[in-house]
Design a protein around this ligand. Structure first.
Ligand SMILES: Cc1ncc(COP(=O)(O)O)c(C=O)c1O
Length: 395
């Protein structure tokens, strides 16, 4: 379809995500993607530096993953997952638990990061419910982003992105995220204050169903980085109060932080972990919520009452599972972690150059991530500077 015509049709029929259509510029029509590049319908190519919302771990249209999906599609494209199973799901569940901390053993499938988080919340809530303890409050962190379904939005209520829905939210206790940066002298004090406040909450509040955190990096909240030691202390604290530690590794998973998962990097063991985005190498929507046998066993009973009432039409879609297995193979065979180490080294090198600029501050590095603030502009999605930067890079 010709560009002008197809953009008109887009405008006529499509409602885009997180978009104010009245003022937004026309969408760019992408016709193909190859490794790091996207090409538009006028032949212009773009470096996809945001890996299409952080999902694309091995480059666009990677032939190995494409082939694995094609092969699977000729065999079995989809089957109901309640009462049925299939090899790609079994293999993926085994492969993923083999590389996660040893306590994480039971895999629940859903379709995207938000649903992975919803499942985690429901599992945590019902874990206590099945033990005859009703607990309704979750601990989360300011500026967190856990998705845009209602439960996930509630957790993200510390940012103003979802304020219009706030009357729908359930009970959340919010704490500061100990955002740090290179040369941050007060970080230990900051961390201890936060941990002290969280401990007080555990002491006085027996309604806490779980604590959820984006370990090491808050992504959408502004690439806020915390230290390994904070994650270790936090994990110890949650375990001291026999509560549930939930890691949302939807963004940090699959190499972002320099190790396959942030929990591996921090040598901590959450009770529940949420994975999505890079899981299928960016090819298909799929997510996993993985938990311990201890939690899973609490859902067993002689009738449905204790079972988890959750499942989607496309739960554990075989094509998504085949893509994920192929992506895991690439992580294994292509020595990606050596490359990630090189990227991290390059970041340190580039940082030295950056630091010569007066306009930037709070530089921080974690694995493949290098972030900094631009002085005087604040951060967050409502600041004006992102639009300017976007225009600059498009030019
Ligand atoms: C940490 C984290 N959790 C959850 C989500 C939601 O994932 P999705 O957009 O696939 O629903 C995101 C998305 O950016 C995320 O960064």
């Amino acid at each position: 379809m010709k560009n002008s015509k197809s953009i008109k049709q887009d405008k006529k029929y499509i409602w885009h995500p997180f978009t104010q259509h009245k003022i937004s510029s026309e969408p760019i029509k992408i016709v193909s993607g190859r490794m790091t590049k996207l090409k538009d319908d006028k032949g212009k190519s773009y470096l996809d530096l945001i890996s299409s919302w952080w999902v694309n771990t091995h480059g666009h249209s990677h032939p190995y993953i494409a082939k694995a999906i094609y092969k699977q599609s000729k065999k079995l494209e989809q089957v109901i997952f309640g009462g049925f199973t299939h090899d790609p799901a079994i293999e993926l569940a085994k492969r993923i638990t083999d590389i996660l901390p040893r306590n994480l053993k039971k895999v629940f499938f859903s379709d995207n990061g938000s649903t992975a988080v919803e499942v985690a919340l429901k599992i945590a809530y019902q874990y206590w419910f099945n033990k005859n303890k009703k607990r309704k409050t979750f601990i989360a962190f300011k500026n967190a982003y856990h998705g845009d379904t209602v439960g996930a939005m509630s957790l993200g209520s510390g940012s103003d992105l979802f304020s219009v829905f706030k009357e729908l939210f359930f009970k959340i206790k919010l704490f500061d995220y100990p955002s740090t940066w290179c040369g941050d002298k007060n970080i230990e004090e900051k961390e201890n204050k936060i941990l002290f406040k969280i401990e007080n909450e555990f002491k006085k509040n027996n309604d806490i169903a779980g604590l959820i955190i984006e370990p090491l990096v808050q992504g959408s909240g502004g690439m806020n980085i915390c230290r390994n030691i904070f994650m270790k202390k936090l994990s110890k604290l949650v375990k001291k109060y026999n509560n549930l530690l939930i890691y949302d590794e939807v963004m940090t998973g699959f190499g972002r932080t320099g190790e396959i998962f942030a929990c591996k990097k921090t040598k901590t063991q959450p009770d529940i972990i949420c994975l999505s985005k890079g899981l299928t190498g960016g090819f298909l929507p799929l997510s996993l919520t993985i938990t311990t046998n201890k939690i899973y066993n609490n859902f067993l009973g002689d009738n449905f009452d204790k079972a988890l009432a959750h499942g989607h039409s496309f739960t554990a879609n075989p094509l998504g599972c085949a893509a994920s297995i192929a992506s895991l193979n690439l992580f294994k065979s292509k020595k990606i972690f050596k490359k990630i180490k090189i990227i991290e080294k390059q970041h340190h090198f580039f940082l030295k150059k950056l630091l010569k600029l007066n306009s930037i501050e709070k530089t921080r590095i974690c694995g493949t991530i290098l972030a900094f603030n631009i002085k005087g502009f604040g951060n967050g999605y409502k600041a004006m500077i992102p639009e300017e930067i976007k225009k600059f890079f498009f030019r």
